[in-house]
Design a protein around this ligand. Sequence first.
Ligand SMILES: [Zn+2]
Length: 296
Amino acid sequence: VASGFVKQLREHARELDRLQGTQAKEFLKHLEELKDYLRARLYSVGSVDMTLDVFHLRQVLAETEVGIATLEQKAGKQFSRAQLRASQLSMEHMAQDLDRLGLAFDGERLGVNIEAAKVLADPGQQLLAEQFKGSLREYGLKTLNGVRRSLFIGNRTGQSLGETVRTVTAPGGPLGGVATGGAERLVRTEVSNAYGVAQQKGIEEVAEQTDGELKKVWLHIGSYPCPVCMPAHGTERPLDGTWTFKQGKRSWEVAHPPAHPHCVCRISAMKPKWRKAMQKLGYLDQKGEEASPAQL
Ligand SMILES: [Zn+2]
């Protein structure tokens, strides 16, 4: 008897969420280090009461650039580790899904193996690493420009050094809440993407071993009935298929989750026969939580 498939999916979602959380925290630690570094450099320019002259302003800007480059370097290294971990997690989860579904509906495990090396070597993963570097560069430039703006305003309005430092590091400043929120979203989204790319590749791997019988099925597993993803719940696509999502006038296509930031959906490889059985059990109804039986 298959019990707790839904529970298993939720546990997987929690594991992915924990990974995203740890990675976001790690990134924020780098950001804190940058803040401390800049604060120390700014204070070393002179006494807190002095006004920031152009000479010192240039010096501080150059050091800011160095600090941001260091942040990018650290974050880049961290991302390759996070990407690896997300892919591994994705493969583990998929193997567990297939085991459980096979046992439930065929009375035996599917008996396939997912080659980690192939999943990790997927061009999609390389692309993600590039994309992360790009986003990171953009993030770094935005931060640098923010600091530059604060320093110039401080210089022009005759602020004291102490005031300027406070402006730069204030919650609304270039190194404050905006930088933090942006960093967290960036890291969470990219980790989620790495997981999704690995799922897609893993499903392709598994399908090669099962005579093209498998399809991919979208599963909405969050307890919040997300209006974007709910219509996709339980729908099936060929392995190279995509889903189209809509929000207002905007529509976009994806081959696998995430469909949007903070999306906790999954795809699972399924035989059409399994999907039909799950449908009968009511699990694939698109009415949200209440429609799903607790046990499968
Ligand atoms: Zn979703």
